[in-house]
Design a protein. Structure first.
Length: 168
């Protein structure tokens, strides 16, 4: 492979991923796709989580209807620490698909609820903790903290033998 053809192959790969337009411009007329690095003939199968996220994007882009639109809430912006008034929350299934200024999302929703006077916050989380030091199982600890807004944790369970005991 010459330096020029290596450069062409790199442009083709980047063009394929980034824009698709470079691919059409950089590919010689008689190129065989199977000779490209990373080429595979099989179709792509997505995981259930990926399919859920793809569906959420379609709702956020107003291409598919939402299940619920909650209008005009006051929302905590955890990046700025500010309360933002007049915000809408778009729900699809059990997930939030879109959040933004009231009236800005132009899609359709199966149900709409007025949220004036309601305050919304994202699920809080624990960035570092050791529940095993409390002798609680993860399931029981979740029962205790989820009602208070903690929805995720980064667990450092180096002392798990405290909970497991002599069964390890």
């Amino acid at each position: 492979m010459t330096a020029t053809s290596r450069l062409s192959a790199t442009v083709v790969i980047l063009g394929q991923v980034v824009t698709g337009i470079l691919f059409a411009i950089a590919t010689p007329a008689a190129a065989d796709d199977s000779s490209l690095p990373g080429f595979r003939e099989e179709s792509t199968t997505f995981t259930p989580e990926t399919n859920t996220r793809r569906a959420l994007v379609q709702v956020a882009l107003e291409r598919e209807p939402a299940d619920l639109l909650i209008e005009d809430v006051t929302l905590l912006n955890v990046f700025t620490g500010n309360w933002e008034t007049h915000q809408d929350i778009v729900i699809s299934g059990s997930r939030i698909a879109w959040v933004g200024d009231s009236g800005a999302w132009g899609g359709e929703a199966k149900a709409t609820r007025k949220g004036k006077g309601l305050w919304a916050v994202p699920g809080f989380g624990e960035s570092h903790k050791h529940i095993e030091s409390s002798y609680l199982t993860p399931e029981y600890e979740a029962e205790l903290v989820v009602p208070f807004g903690s929805t995720w944790t980064v667990e450092g369970s180096h002392e798990i033998s405290n909970v497991i005991g002599d069964r390890n």
